[in-house]
Design a protein around this ligand. Structure first.
Ligand SMILES: [Zn+2]
Length: 609
């Protein structure tokens, strides 16, 4: 049989899907491969077809017992001999699988990564002819993926111990460029053939809006889509309640879903949406796992998610039926402040300081990519695809930016302000400084460092007091692109670059493309009166103090009372009532009843001082 016959005979397909054939050919030719395809993109076929064509047995490393069971059951159904080895087997069953494996009864043997180390297994594999080792969910090997599994790191040791190295094929549905590099390196793939494919969802229309009033923009978008099924994501339970109520008030059949609801109500609301009794679901990101509703025709995000992975996964719940669908993100500069605060204060307590620092750095990288998506004037689809490592030929022509009207905004004056501030600070201090300090000076900040260095005496101090920090940063980034500023790679300081002189002294003008519907945006959304960073910081200290006292009194680790993330969110929201307290992420009813009053008291005291 050849690969086409195998495909037809065992799997019932007459053609390969995009990306599959190249990987299969590479494996058959003895090359290592790395395949990145979204779930449902046909990854498993890429190793199952070669397994049936190659001599001996193919080992498949898979992390989830349930997944293994399903795959093996499906293969048996198709007439392929396969088995699995994992902790769900009894000793008797394990013996049977071992002895049948020795007799060459299986073409595919699925193995949990923990099993690779076992003495019995090592003995078994020495007797086998292993043609191919397929690693499913290969991103589990990377510490920077969401699902790191230390047992995956054992795979390369296992490979080294084999008498003959088989072809190694790694597959994953979620891998950014960094994670892909990790996979290649940690699995020691040899010059692998790479295929990143299937991430594009051509029927989805992407757009990012910067509305002055989120609620007004949102209700308009939903009313324009009246009668169609859609999901609206909000970052907080309070947001969900508010939006759902506003839509219901306007006669839109909406329901809601978040972790603060009783399980019965959650189930009821989910069913109402699933069976189209309510057309609009307003939810936190707790909603969506395991939802398989094909006719969702729009997904609107009221807040920016913390990463593009998260965004694409949630937005991707639209248009599963292949019909045209919209994915719209409503963005405001306040979203960035919130996200940063949560990164700074929400570390995982079980990590070492070095690990926490690395995670923090990674969180920032992900956040920056998300912010770039919200601000780019380029093709939105292209931005997403390139983030996942899939190439796109030119702009898509079918996203908000590709179709948006752009106007040129003259930014010569603000550009001159920024450039001369960089120069003046250098004159005063004798060295260049970073973006943050320059932004503070321009916005007239009373920050201690600014005052200590005497930068409030500069003529450029406070020149941009009316602009948001985000806007100043955006202008700086534009100046970098235009070659007027550069960031010194060694010291991360902001320095004038080649074109600065023309703009400062030679009358060159600068204009920046801005989408017409964003021209008005000057201030961060007024619907989020976020407390200033220093206020939240002070409150956080007080909350942490209370947490340690409570933890000590109960003899439990502090994070059992509340996690860092919950405290950070609490400090940011500064809830006043028990109801508001319940909106804090990580606060359930039991904990609210137990600790709520004590924390509310501290918050009240803190705000009165
Ligand atoms: Zn586009």
């Amino acid at each position: 049989m050849d690969k086409y016959e195998v495909l037809k005979h065992f799997f019932g397909h007459s053609a390969f899907r995009r990306g599959q054939e190249g990987l299969i050919d590479a494996i058959l030719a003895g090359r290592d491969v790395l395949g990145v395809m979204p779930t449902g993109g046909g990854k498993s076929l890429c190793y199952q077809v070669p397994a049936l064509l190659l001599p001996g047995v193919t080992l498949v490393i898979s992390p989830l017992i349930s997944l293994m069971k399903d795959q093996v059951a499906a293969l048996k159904e198709a007439g392929v001999s396969a088995a699995y080895i994992n902790s769900s087997l009894t000793l008797e069953q394990l013996r049977t699988v071992y002895s049948r494996t020795r007799k060459g009864a299986y073409k595919l043997l699925y193995v949990a990564p923990e099993r690779l180390e076992g003495e019995g297994f090592a003995e078994l594999v020495r007797e086998l002819e292993i043609a191919l080792l397929a690693v499913d969910e290969a991103h589990c090997i990377s510490q920077w993926g969401q699902d790191f599994r230390p047992s995956y790191l054992k795979i390369s040791t296992f490979l080294d111990a084999l008498p003959v190295r088989p072809v190694v094929a790694a597959f994953t549905a979620t891998a950014t460029a960094t994670v892909q590099e990790d996979i290649v390196q940690l699995l020691a793939l040899q010059d692998p053939v790479r295929e990143v494919t299937g991430f594009d969802r051509p029927n989805l229309f992407f757009d990012v809006r910067h509305p002055k009033s989120r609620m007004a923009a949102l209700t308009k978008l939903v009313e324009e889509r009246s009668g169609r099924s859609g999901i609206i994501y909000c970052s907080t339970r309070g947001g969900v309640e508010k939006v759902c109520k506003a839509l219901e008030d306007r006669g839109i059949p909406a329901t809601r879903y978040h972790a603060g609801l009783e399980p019965e109500e959650r189930q009821q609301n989910q069913d109402d949406f699933q069976f189209d009794r309510k057309t609009v679901m307003v939810a936190t990101n707790a909603f969506g796992m395991g939802i398989d509703k094909s006719n969702v025709s729009f997904v609107i995000h009221c807040n920016m998610p913390k990463s593009l992975e998260a965004y694409y996964q949630e937005a991707g719940r639209a248009g599963r039926d292949g019909e045209p669908a919209d994915c719209i993100l409503l963005y405001s500069a306040g979203d960035i402040t919130t996200a940063k605060f949560l990164i700074e204060n929400g570390g995982n307590e079980e990590l070492s300081p070095e690990e926490r620092e690395a995670v923090r750095k990674h969180d920032y990288e992900r956040l920056n990519a998300m912010v770039d998506y919200c601000k780019t004037a380029g093709c939105l689809r292209g931005h997403i695809l390139s983030y996942f490592g899939q190439r796109q030929d030119g702009p898509c022509g079918h996203c908000g930016n590709c179709q948006g009207d752009f106007v040129e905004e003259d930014v010569t004056v603000p550009a001159q302000m920024i450039l001369s501030c960089v120069v003046r600070v250098r004159e005063r201090l004798g060295y260049y400084v970073g973006k943050t300090l320059i932004t503070q000076v321009l916005r007239g900040s009373r920050d201690q460092r600014v005052l200590e260095l005497g930068l409030d005496k500069l003529s450029t101090y406070g020149l941009m007091a009316r602009l948001s920090a985000g806007r100043v940063r955006e202008l700086m980034e534009f100046l970098e692109l235009e070659g007027c500023l550069r960031v010194n790679p060694l010291h991360s300081t902001l320095e004038p670059a080649g074109q600065a002189r023309q703009v400062l002294f030679e009358g060159q003008t600068l204009s920046m493309p801005v989408r017409k519907d964003r021209v008005q945006e000057k201030k961060p959304g007024k619907d989020r009166p976020a407390p200033s960073a220093s206020e939240s910081g002070r409150l956080l200290d007080a909350l942490q103090g209370l947490r340690s006292r409570l933890a000590q009194a109960e003899g439990v680790p502090a994070y059992i009372v509340f996690s860092n993330a919950a405290l950070a969110d609490m400090a940011l929201r500064a809830p006043r009532t028990m109801e508001e307290f319940l909106e804090v992420s990580g606060v359930g009813r039991v904990k609210a009843a137990k600790y709520g009053e004590a924390f509310l008291r501290v918050i009240k005291e803190c705000s009165e001082n």
